[in-house]
Design a protein around this ligand. Structure first.
Ligand SMILES: Cc1ncc(COP(=O)(O)OP(=O)(O)O)c(N)n1
Ligand code: TZP
Ligand code: MG
Length: 196
């Protein structure tokens, strides 16, 4: 699995940052109309295909199916509504969020492309009911997930990625550190080097 996993809130960010060498990118759109969501997913799909990057569509699994996307990310609440059989029939890979052991068991029962654990460190992105999980928990998750790749997420920075990889994560995902960087392109290059 790719070690650097970029998560962005708008397709324009994908167009800016993927050409720097990002190979795995999630489009995580919140609070937009359905029409705007579809427009961005289609644009991101076409752009990533040309760039040779893997697009992951967050939340909108129905649009991903309609628009022939190949990878979605779902949280635990998203999973309640999702048609896993339809996704499997269409060959769409699925990454799943987990925060505790019951959620990990549930996620693994769907044979996901990866499981994500977070927040590993405190995150500014959104209010979550889960506190920071810490690096020991990353190691524990890796042991329980077996062959399923593990994505670490939450409060990550280039300075912290060596620690999460050493603890057992296969991939490090980031939103805020790049979204809020003064120079997102320079920060993305920094991340790519740190994850190499
Ligand atoms: C790689 C990755 N891990 C976790 C999440 C969070 O998904 P979810 O819990 O559904 O929360 P939202 O991102 O939808 O707010 C993710 N998107 N990607
Ligand atoms: C959506 C989400 N799920 C677990 S942590 C998190 C926040 C994203 O991380 P960051 O702290 O990089 O914004
Ligand atoms: Mg979600």
């Amino acid at each position: 699995m790719e070690r650097f996993y970029l998560i962005t809130g708008h397709v324009s960010r994908i167009e800016l940052l993927v050409p720097l060498g990002v190979k795995l990118v999630q489009l995580r759109i919140k609070d937009q109309t359905e029409a705007e969501v579809r427009r961005q997913i289609a644009r991101a799909r076409d752009f990533c295909a040309v760039e040779g990057a893997q697009l992951v569509v967050n939340d909108y699994w129905k649009h991903a199916l309609d628009l022939n996307c190949s990878f979605v990310h779902l949280g635990q609440e998203d999973m309640d509504q999702a048609d896993f059989a339809a996704l499997r029939r269409a060959g769409v890979r699925v990454g799943l969020s987990t925060h505790d052991e019951a959620e990990l068991d549930r996620a693994l029962s769907h044979d996901p492309a990866y499981v994500a654990l977070g927040p590993v460190y405190p995150t500014l992105l959104k209010k979550m009911k889960w506190g920071p999980q810490g690096l020991d928990r990353v190691t524990r998750w890796k042991n329980m997930a077996g062959d399923t790749p593990l994505v670490a997420i939450g409060g990550l920075t280039p300075e912290r990625v060596a620690g999460v990889f050493a603890a057992g994560a296969d991939s490090a995902a980031v939103v805020t550190d790049i979204q809020q960087a003064q120079d997102p392109e320079a920060r993305t290059r920094h991340w790519i080097k740190a994850c190499a």
